[in-house]
Design a protein around this ligand. Structure first.
Ligand SMILES: N[C@@H](CCC(=O)N[C@@H](CS)C(=O)NCC(=O)O)C(=O)O
Length: 214
């Protein structure tokens, strides 16, 4: 398998974690999102993903896009260890938390959105940072509350094993730290993330551990 990735892309980070958890070897093909106007906007990459977003996973010549769809594909083709619980209720809870991060928090703070705020809308750095932190606070407040209610083992968002929700949490926490967000109000999320980040599959997927880390 080949993974088109960028070390700081949280969507690619999710897929790297899932590949590592499932023990799947892959070739890393970095596409720099800033260099030369963005290597993800070049025609060769747009042929793989017309959306011009990383990650893309190539498996047996087929290009797969959208991190959650990719991870569900890996789950179906390599079921062990399972990232979705077997019980329908728990599965729905895991998916809800994963979607809260991947669909309701992450897209608001994506590179292209921040770039649009900077130009053409003309927001300065202080305003763009405020935008970023506002949406993290909004999303994490609800996530913290949900995590508390979930009453898991304190090391995972749901239950006692790593799930898709955890795979989404760690990259979003990484981004929040990177942008200097206040994380004091989210002790449950911080404790869970600290545990997960200590696991080898997560550590090997971390941005700093990637070949394109600068
Ligand atoms: N929903 C997509 C999001 C993919 C995405 O937004 N990727 C970001 C990096 S995390 C990207 O390629 N951004 C390029 C840009 O904003 O120009 C997924 O989960 O795969």
């Amino acid at each position: 398998m080949k993974l088109y990735t960028y070390f700081r892309s949280s969507a690619a980070y999710r897929v790297r974690i899932a590949l590592n958890l499932k023990g799947l070897a892959y070739e890393s093909l970095p596409r720099h999102l800033l260099r030369d106007g963005g290597e993800h906007r070049q025609s060769e990459f747009l042929r793989l993903n017309p959306q011009g977003l990383v990650p893309v996973l190539e498996d047996n010549g087929s290009a797969l896009t959208q991190s959650l769809a990719i991870i569900e594909y890996l789950e179906e083709t390599h079921p062990e260890p399972a990232l979705l619980p077997h019980a329908p209720l728990q599965r729905a809870r895991v998916r809800a938390l994963a979607l809260a991060i991947a669909c309701d928090i992450h897209p608001l703070n994506n590179l292209r959105v921040l770039n649009y705020l900077r130009a053409p809308l003309g927001l300065d750095k202080v305003s763009v940072d405020a935008w970023y932190r506002h949406w993290i606070a909004c999303g994490f407040t609800a996530l913290e509350e949900a995590a508390e209610r979930m009453a898991s083992d304190g090391r995972h968002l749901v239950g006692t094993a790593v799930t898709l929700a955890d795979v989404c949490l760690v990259p979003q926490m990484y981004n929040a730290r990177r942008f200097g967000c206040e994380l004091g109000p989210y002790p449950t999320l911080r404790t869970i993330s600290a545990h997960l980040e200590s696991l080898p599959a997560f550590a090997r997927a971390a941005p700093e551990a990637q070949p394109d880390a600068v």
